[in-house]
Design a protein around this ligand. Sequence first.
Ligand code: ZN
Length: 453
Amino acid sequence: MFRDNVSKFVYSAVLAVLMLGASSNAWAKVALQDVRIWAAPDHTRIVFDLGGRVHYKLFTLENPNRVVIDIRNAYGEKGSYQNIDGKGLIKSVRTGVRNGHDIRVVLDVQGQIEHESFALDPNDQYSHRLVVDLKPVGQQPQIVDDEPEITIAEPQVPDGTQKYTPSLRVVAIDAGHGGEDHGARGPKGTKEKHVALAISRELAKLINAQPGMKGVLIRDGDYYIGLRERMDRARKYDADLFVSIHADAFRRSSARGGSVYVLSSRGASSEYARWLARRENASDLVGGVSLKGKDNTLASVMLDLTQSASLEASFDVGGRILSQMGKLGHLHKKTVQQAGFMVLKSPDIPSVLVETAFISNPGEEQKLRSSHYQKKMAAAIFDGVHGYFSTYRPAGETVASAGAFTTHKIRQGETLSEIAQQYRVRLNDLRAANNIRGDVVRVGQVLTIPTDS
Ligand SMILES: [Zn+2]
């Protein structure tokens, strides 16, 4: 009896608090503080800065094409949402008050639009935000060749000799941050995203002036690209190297100098598990040989080899960049560092991240702002990259000629045991690698030759 009363009391108290919470939410209006638009080549992002969480409704209208966003229970802070210029896919922005307590934002857009919207909680730069991403309906990917192509390599000469044919070296240059994400900020307010892009553009110019080399900018404007998307774009460009450009920051303003990072093995192994899980789509990862249908062990060996070859190359190019940067100025770390940066996680593309200097250091911020220094920094990175392409040969075999990636097309009259002998692999390993039970092979069948280690 007593217990029943107590629980009833507790229950009603909780109910009252809930109602109080609900009612205060219902009447407190949320301030719309600012509106920003970022235009990327393939999408446009509009961001609403808000004093708190909001309810909103978003829908599209045709003739003419519009996107309508109703922000419930909100008011505009001193002209925050008036006179906003259109950008990218947004031709113009109109705003008004609706039902006395909502803000209606109408975006006049180019063509038919797909939209995606989400709310973000405050971080150290921004308050609550509502983010709306717009892209054209049925947009083709920016870069063609989206489908992974399965090409089977010609049989390798067993003694390991391989012709070296110079081909175009593609360097994907990734200017860190962008758009909403400013990166670090200097004492004078210099934003890392701007410095990173300026140096990246200089680097691209130098690379493109070099015969046999091509520099592609992953981001070429003030907009944000997701980290995974940055890696994906590099792959679509068929990049041989990925260089991410940043500027460092630290609480202590005396911290100074550049550093270069490659992926840490811990970062590599967690990502590697992920890639492995997605191996159905990963046919382009290992020298054109599909991992589809391969058992886990073989797939893991193939990815592992690819990843260690990439990391070895990353260390090489990173060391060269670092020593060039050392000629230019102070180094924060004199050896190549390892960290689990997301953008470095492509298992098949050697990747480095360059922290050019400390933007939080007043002297280095000053340098980073000057186009003269930006050019010199780009030149130092370029020298490292160029040195890598002209002289680097992997300590082991190249990825393409490593045993795991060799394939063999069955010709008339060949038997499985002959092929095993030819490549010096055990017959059972050869069977396992190709899911073959007995000895039956057919002419034209392409076998994967496993490593003999
Ligand atoms: Zn950064």
